[in-house]
Ligand binder design. Structure first.
Ligand SMILES: [Zn+2]
Length: 223
């Protein structure tokens, strides 16, 4: 995809996050991999409804150098480090959704309370150690806690979701938010029952081998 096409998709995803209530105001940010060395990312502090594809900055993930009329998001170092650490990741969404942020504010992980947590996030979603937003430390802590998963909670802050593309990262975001809600409401009802560890691995294996592989062939299985 050419640079302007992917920047349009990133712009559209920002609007989608806002409409879904996963971000408020100008918080949160969206990026997609442009090529091996570069990503495109939403600008810093700009209203999602006013962003044009041209406002989406192009950033070198190795050097942090950027081009475009607007300064990239302050969380660009976090996105860059994820692309460097995880070659299979094609898109990153950082949201400040309410239920995921609540669990993150309690410093807790989201265990496998639902099958989707295993299937889509790859297992329990860990909370990364706290660091100030926009810092290298935050990026390092997040990448460490993201290992083997498609999502990570940022303590007292929000959630980061990754995927092969923007649609997958958005799905991860939605699943984490739902699981966080189920965890909180389930605790009010006396506590959730967790999926057995072996089943978590099996659910993930089935999802990646059958569902995601099938999706690329166009014959989706809705299990
Ligand atoms: Zn944030």
């Amino acid at each position: 995809m050419d640079g302007i096409g992917i920047r349009q998709l990133v712009r559209d995803m920002g609007k989608k996050l806002l409409a879904a209530g996963l971000v408020l105001g100008t918080w949160g940010n969206v990026s997609a991999r442009l090529d091996k060395k570069r990503m495109v990312i939403t600008p810093s502090g700009m209203d999602y409804l006013k962003i044009e594809p041209e406002d989406i900055a192009v950033v070198d993930v190795e050097t942090g150098e950027w081009s475009g009329p607007r300064k990239p998001s302050t969380e660009a170092p976090l996105h860059s480090l994820i692309y460097k650490a995880r070659p299979e990741v094609g898109a990153v969404i950082h949201a400040h959704s309410v239920f995921a942020s609540t669990v993150a504010a309690c410093g807790k992980d989201i265990p496998a309370v639902l099958e989707e947590v295993a299937q889509v996030a790859g297992g329990p979603v860990r909370v990364a150690r706290y660091a100030l937003p926009g810092t290298k430390e935050l990026a390092c802590n997040a990448v460490e806690a993201l290992e083997g998963r498609n999502a990570v909670l940022l303590a007292n802050h929000g959630v980061v979701a990754v995927g092969a593309d923007l649609d997958e990262a958005f799905l991860v975001c939605q699943v984490v938010e739902k699981a966080a809600m189920v965890l909180i409401y389930g605790t009010l009802l006396g506590g959730v029952r967790l999926l057995p560890e072996g089943d978590v691995a099996e659910l993930r294996r089935f999802f990646t081998e059958k569902y995601l592989a099938g999706r690329t062939r166009g014959d989706q299985d809705s299990r």
